[in-house]
Design a protein around this ligand. Structure first.
Ligand code: MN
Length: 287
């Protein structure tokens, strides 16, 4: 199932080229309580919501996907986890340009550790990316976005994928420079997720998906998730040994070679096999 938030916070399900309004399915959510559990409410109750969507989808009003404004399919992650330089050819381009890439991008992934992005940086494709430092280089990084579906602590690699709710396209936008990653990757809009969540049951092998990013039609990044240095299973298992993963937590699983700068007016055309396509505009921020 392809589940999304669209337009003015409508819950949608994508069927073919159409998005259908299944907001009524939210009636199965329990009332919000204080203090609520950390994590995304929709993802926490995804099984119940999916069942309700199933009863609604036939009669639900639809509109073309091309006319919908997609928001992030996750709203309340407890954390957005980043995996550093996870493709060999990206390691090579980083090593070849030490003037651009910080010294923190060195050594194995295990040596570098995972990093976190602010949850407030998260937007959907319709919002676009607003450059926070217009005079400095800001790069696109297309990544497979993995969304955790249930609480995971110290899980094994063998069953790690059973903790995944689904997958989406992700952009891990980054300001280049000397500051800490959490500073450079956390401004508003620097984490894009969309256009919808494709539930894990539809993706038999997430480790074999073509991915690409074009800027204004020019191919910049193209690879396949099978070329990751650290597998998705290992990412989940390792992350879960460090912090408890909660429903809605997002892992940005690493970008491939071809990262490069964007400027206001650019459109980043992102595609991942089976997960769809999203066009993300780049806007000028306040100087
Ligand atoms: Mn990244």
């Amino acid at each position: 199932m392809k589940i999304c938030w669209f337009d003015d916070n409508k819950l949608g399900v994508v069927v073919g080229d159409e998005v259908r309004d299944v907001s009524a399915a939210l009636r199965v959510l329990p009332p919000a309580a204080y203090p609520g559990p950390l994590g995304d409410r929709l993802i926490t109750h995804l099984d119940a919501v999916r069942a309700e969507i199933g009863t609604l989808v036939e009669g639900a009003a639809g509109k073309p996907v091309s006319q919908a404004r997609f928001l992030s399919p996750v709203n309340q992650p407890s954390k957005i986890i980043g995996v550093p330089v996870n493709f060999l050819k990206h390691v090579e381009e980083v090593d070849a340009d030490r003037g651009t890439f910080a010294d923190t991008y060195r050594g194995s992934i295990e040596n570098q550790g995972l990093f976190l992005k602010s949850c407030s940086s998260l937007v959907g494709p319709s919002a676009g990316v607003t450059l926070r430092f217009p005079s400095r280089r800001t790069d696109h990084e297309i990544e497979l976005g993995l969304v955790i579906g249930r609480r995971a602590s110290h899980v094994s690699e063998d069953n790690a994928l059973s903790y995944v709710a689904g997958y989406a396209l992700a952009l891990d936008m980054v300001l280049r420079g000397p500051e800490d990653r959490s500073f450079r990757k956390s401004p508003d809009s620097y984490s894009v997720l969309g256009p919808w969540l494709t539930t894990a049951d539809e993706i038999l092998d997430p480790q074999a998906l073509e991915m690409s990013l074009r800027v204004n039609g020019e191919l910049r990044q193209r690879s396949n998730t099978r070329l990751m240095i650290m597998s998705l299973k290992r990412q989940i298992a390792w992350a879960s040994s460090l912090y408890t993963l909660l429903p809605g937590d997002i892992i940005m699983t690493g970008t491939c070679e071809g990262v490069g700068p964007v400027v206001p007016g650019d459109v980043m055309e992102c595609e991942i096999e089976r997960l769809g396509r999203m066009d993300v505009g780049v806007h000028a921020g306040q100087p």
